[in-house]
Design a protein around this ligand. Structure first.
Ligand SMILES: [Zn+2]
Length: 79
């Protein structure tokens, strides 16, 4: 079974690798709607602070919290 989610931050479908799961807060979208303020006619989407917009977390991140990676010019480094 191929389970994919559309990630708003990455603007693409993301899939899971072993040990990963979709973020329980944003359900893989990477963004969560901010609480609506009075008078605001549209929903503001904020970067999910659980997965930092990644849309998925692994079990280590689940336990310790997501770490910002790829610090620099927005590029991700593969390890
Ligand atoms: Zn999230």
């Amino acid at each position: 079974m191929i389970d994919k989610r559309y990630n708003i931050t990455k603007k693409q479908l993301i899939g899971l690798q072993e040990g990963e799961r979709f973020c329980p807060k944003c359900d893989g979208k990477g963004r969560v709607p901010r609480d609506k303020k009075k008078g605001l006619r549209f929903t503001v989407l904020l970067q999910c602070d659980k997965c930092l917009g990644d849309g998925k977390i692994d079990w280590i991140e689940e336990a310790t919290g997501k770490k910002q990676k790829g610090v620099g010019h927005g590029a991700y480094t593969t390890t």
